[in-house]
Design a protein around this ligand. Structure first.
Ligand code: NAD
Length: 332
């Protein structure tokens, strides 16, 4: 019999890529989200539009036994959404409600296993002050001191998935994602993350113009291309180990270096201008030793390879948006 999966958050970036991958493996897939994917049609066999904060909608989404449930739905965005303070109550309330509902219904139904997408934002600020040597090994998460309410919610929800696994007979898997990027992610709606935001700014800039970067650009991060994120997620999900574990790249770069790489791909030379903006921690890198030890596999794609696939997609979005504006201008 065909295996089946439910992807919560199937209208979002990682969820829509996961649906494609599961379909390519022959799964019967149901997607659930507030919205359909924005950039391509969902390949899910069935897509339920609804709000996972509502217990009734969760019951509906989980009304049949699934071999695999992927929980990606969250109130989420980049630094311009997560770190400005204005969205803290919504971020915590909405995402906790979703996770409480999903877990409660999973505990009542015959569900093979449940994957939860946590985040590198759970790691304490005091270990990420130096952009040259952040420490994000899995066991350094306590004493807890995440830099955002988003991180606190992720840490609480991780514990929820682990507690339901201990007490309620659920098989769960928990990963901490570090900056996933690629085509068909948010790029211009205020929820985009730094690779997409810089690709957009570079695509929109005139040769010789300026490129604005928040802060001094020396803050460091690592970025994982979506295909490797999906591969790593499936490997964890189908292993006999629960996590939590980092899923990220360990190729750490400064934001200035990220910008240089995107400019090189675009063929444009722009003057970097540093401006004030929300920043998050000073340094962050994925420590992949535990994943390698437990799963015998590691991500390996160089950052630049993923950027070479992402920049053209964002450039095409920028160009299509410009054509639409022009068409609207000439018809009005
Ligand atoms: P995304 O915002 O593109 O996708 C999340 C989806 O959840 C959206 O489509 C949204 O509509 C949906 N959603 C939100 N509230 C909902 C609700 N009440 N009911 C139903 N659907 C709802 O985000 P993403 O980048 O695909 O991230 C997926 C998961 O991975 C999230 O949990 C996120 O916190 C986690 N994560 C992502 C990254 C990253 O770099 N993208 C890093 C760390 C963790």
């Amino acid at each position: 019999m065909k295996k089946s999966a439910l992807v919560c958050g199937a209208g979002g970036f990682i969820g829509s890529h996961m649906v494609k991958r599961l379909k390519s493996e022959g799964f019967w897939v149901r997607g659930a989200d507030l919205k359909l994917p924005e950039y391509s049609e969902s390949t899910a066999d069935e897509f339920l539009l609804g709000d996972l904060r509502e217990p009734e909608f969760c019951q509906l989404a989980l009304d049949r036994p699934f071999d695999e449930v992927y929980q990606f739905a969250a109130d989420m965005g980049g630094a311009g959404y997560l770190f400005i303070g204005d969205n803290d109550a919504d971020i915590m309330h909405n995402s906790v409600m979703i996770n409480l509902n999903v877990l409660r219904v999973c505990a009542q139904k015959r569900i093979g296993r449940v994957f939860y997408a946590s985040s590198a934002c759970v790691y304490p600020m005091y270990n990420q002050l130096d952009p040259g040597s952040p420490n994000c090994t899995e066991d350094t998460v306590y004493p807890a001191d995440p830099d955002s309410e988003y991180g606190w919610e992720k840490l609480f929800s991780e514990r929820l998935y682990l507690a339901f696994a201990r007490n309620k007979g659920i098989v769960s898997r928990v990963a901490r994602y570090h900056n996933i990027f690629g085509p068909e992610g948010a790029w211009n709606d205020g929820r985009e993350k730094v690779p997409a935001a810089l690709c957009r700014k570079v695509a929109m800039a005139q040769e010789g113009g300026e490129l604005e970067i928040w802060g001094d650009g020396d803050q460091s991060r690592s970025f994982l291309y979506i295909d490797e994120c999906i591969e790593a997620t499936l490997r964890l999900m189908r292993s006999d180990w629960i996590g939590p574990v980092n899923i990220g790249s360990n190729e750490m770069v400064s934001i200035n270096q990220l910008a240089e790489r995107i400019m090189a791909i675009s063929g444009k030379t722009l003057r970097i201008r540093h401006i004030p903006g929300p920043l998050g921690v000073r340094g962050r890198n994925s420590d992949n030793r535990l994943f390698q030890e437990k799963l015998g596999w590691q991500v390996s794609q160089p950052l630049v390879d993923g950027l070479k696939l992402t920049y053209p997609w964002i450039k095409s979005q920028v160009e299509a948006a410009a054509r639409n504006r022009e068409a609207q201008g000439s018809s009005g």
